[in-house]
Design a protein around this ligand. Structure first.
Ligand code: GLA
Length: 379
């Protein structure tokens, strides 16, 4: 439920009480990195941090937004949606544009947007903004669009309006996750399955505090290399390639390494699901470790600070696995540990990471959270 201070802020800006509270969580990916745009497998969870919207319907077609975090106001008309200089607003605008296209017309809304998700840390603040926007429009318009289609519309907003060629993982994780469960997603068929996580364990997210401008350009370069690999191997996407098909000479060194990562990472996700279903947490941890090594050496999306975070984590007793999560080049690591190792983990990481890099890390412990939802505030 929304805290009183946000309701007060909403009332101060819009001079009435909000009608809906919408929550869209961030996500952390447990395994299956850089596989989604290759039509492969991923296993993210929604996290307890996210973006919230307080919303009320309008009688016209205007969308009036206030970002609490940026302390900025923005407004646009649903009949003429242009890009804004205010970056945060473009996520809402992009979603609105494709929702109008899909539904034929929407009524406007007032919204106060606030969140506790660090921006640019690789925890999908963009996807949470989009999912929050989609659910806000759904709340005030009551249209019937299922969650998967909403997720695709959010992805389209990011790809075509914001201009980032991301895959589908983040939007689906923010929309479709269930509390206590990881979300297994087949990015080709878009079939999903909820997989319970083992009891007595925690997921920890450690922020390297490294933010790199090159994420988007390097990300697009990796996508391109994967497409090249698929073309040379004459498959629709790397999802269809097997380890035996990977010919170093035919592909060339760089493309070979990228393809090898994707093909093996897909296999790791399938093994990881089996490990969870059999209660083999140790194997799950080993697969996380292998994923990191592959992202570091084959896909080359790690950096010194992420490697240091992983190494420190793995030196702590009770830590089963650690790896970089998200696109890479900075951002966060994801760690699986026994619940009773929490304090040692926190102290060791903070101290040793500071000593090694000079950066103060931030650590969040999380259980798998509920995907996006709407609550009617009944006023
Ligand atoms: C980013 C993208 C996702 C996915 C990951 C890498 O988070 O938004 O679609 O490709 O990188 O796994």
């Amino acid at each position: 439920m929304p805290e009183e201070i946000f309701i007060e802020k909403f009332k101060e800006i819009f001079a009435h009480y909000p009608r809906y509270f919408i929550r869209a969580p961030g996500r952390v990916n447990l395994i299956g990195e850089h596989t989604d745009y290759n039509e492969g497998f991923v296993l993210p969870i929604a996290i307890e941090r996210g973006i919230s919207y307080l919303v009320s319907p309008r009688d016209d077609d205007r969308v009036c937004l206030f970002s609490f975090n940026f302390s900025e106001y923005d407004e646009f008309s649903l009949s003429d949606i242009q890009r804004s200089k205010k970056g945060w607003s473009n996520y809402v605008r992009g979603v609105a544009k494709f929702l109008v296209e899909k539904t034929g017309g929407l009524r406007g809304l007032n919204a106060l947007i606030y969140g506790d998700l660090p921006i640019g840390a690789g925890l999908s603040s963009s996807a949470a903004m989009e999912v929050g926007a989609a659910l806000s429009f759904q709340a005030v318009n009551a249209f019937q669009i299922d969650k998967k289609e909403l997720g695709l519309i959010c992805q389209r907003a990011e790809n075509e309006f914001v201009g980032m060629r991301c895959g589908i993982m983040d939007q689906f994780a923010s929309l479709l996750s269930e509390e206590g469960m990881a979300l297994f997603l087949d990015c080709r068929t878009l079939e999903t399955k909820n997989i319970p996580l083992p009891r007595g364990h925690l997921i920890a997210i450690c922020d390297s505090k490294v933010r790199r401008e090159l994420v988007s350009s390097e990300y697009n370069k990796r996508r391109q290399e994967c497409e090249t690999a698929a073309k040379i191997l004459v498959v629709k996407s790397l999802r269809d390639a097997t380890p035996e098909m990977l010919d170093r000479e035919k592909l060339g060194e760089t493309v070979y390494k990228r393809a090898k990562h994707v093909v093996e990472e897909n296999l790791r996700v399938l093994q990881a699901i089996e490990a969870l279903q059999k209660g083999n947490v140790a194997l799950f941890g080993e697969l996380m470790k292998a994923s990191h090594i592959s992202l570091r050496d084959l896909y080359e999306v790690s950096c010194r600070e992420l490697d240091i975070l992983v190494d420190i984590a793995l030196s702590v007793q009770g830590v089963l696995g650690a790896r970089l999560t998200g696109a890479g080049f900075g951002g966060c690591t994801v760690n699986l540990l026994k619940e009773d190792s929490r304090n040692t983990f926190e102290q060791t990481i903070k101290k040793n990471y500071k000593e090694a890099t000079g950066f103060e890390t931030e650590i969040w412990f999380t259980h798998p959270a509920q995907g996006g939802f709407i609550i009617s505030l009944g006023k």
